[in-house]
Write a protein that binds this ligand. Sequence first.
Ligand SMILES: [Zn+2]
Length: 354
Amino acid sequence: MGQMTNRPAVIGRGFPFRRSFNFTILAFLLVVPLLLACEAGSRAEAVGRGGAMSPTAGATGVATARATQTAAAEAFDGERAMEHARRVVGFGPRPAGSAELEQTRLYIEETLQGYGLATRRDELTGDTPRGPIPMANLIAEVPATPGGENRPIVILSGHYDTLNMVGVEFVGANDAGSSTAILLEFGRVLAEHAPPMPVWLVFFDGEEALVQWSATDGTYGSRHMAQRLSNEGRIRDFGAMILLDMIGDADLVIDIEMNSTGWLNDLIWATAEEIGHGDHFSSEMQFMDDDHRPFMEVGIPSVDLIDFNYGPGHRYWHAPFDTLDKLGVESFQAVGETVLSVLPLLADRFDRGR
Ligand SMILES: [Zn+2]
């Protein structure tokens, strides 16, 4: 997982200040009864007319897309995600360059291919303080539903390497077993329920620092990929990047990551609230440096969903305590349903922006 940036850090729970996104949620909640009152208008008709997610929607009374449990969200199975976490944890510590990480790679590839998804390796050499290390991001491109091919691509991503802890059996169930696992379950669901836009599932290698987290030690895979997309002139092909990191904690509370793109935070938090998972998405704020940063820097709207409060006093983080028993199926379920329910809302936003 990433690091807290040196600015305001994590603000304690109960801090009274509320970011403006709550006004968006308020507007959103005001719009819902309106929608219910004139339910004759189908969702299809409602899509594309205004901006339930914009703070002005309530004022104009023009309602549009709202968060609903999509078929994809209903198909998401937290138990399956947990099983993937169990499998990758079973490989043992999986630091960059290790044989165990290659085993993990093969497991990811075989699993996705089993769902009918092609995978490719985006190979790089990490220029680390411990010398050059061969790394590879894994990418699976999930085709859009017919008619959605030309919408901007959405990246759903996470890292799959674990921190190299010398002398410690660090298996990283949450960090990064949980991100590996939820992306695999997204693969199964989206292969069956085509998303409204092309979706790339991206598994980053080399997120963890080899020696000391810095701008050049850590996020090797994501920096490589963002730079490559930029070099290829492809930035405008991508509409959003959603990063998942440490989302498996049984006691899951995701704070708002303030380096992330504001409207993406707003959309995700409002959606979680609407579909009944708001208890896992707090209104506290945090500043994190993570695999989303390189994508932000090249101009792709990005968000980091991370629960950076893992165990009492955060002591399960980067410690031998990060084991499977700390994870919860319901946490996978909440995040999985929320992210999948956001996709049609992103499609609506992309369409309105044309
Ligand atoms: Zn980590």
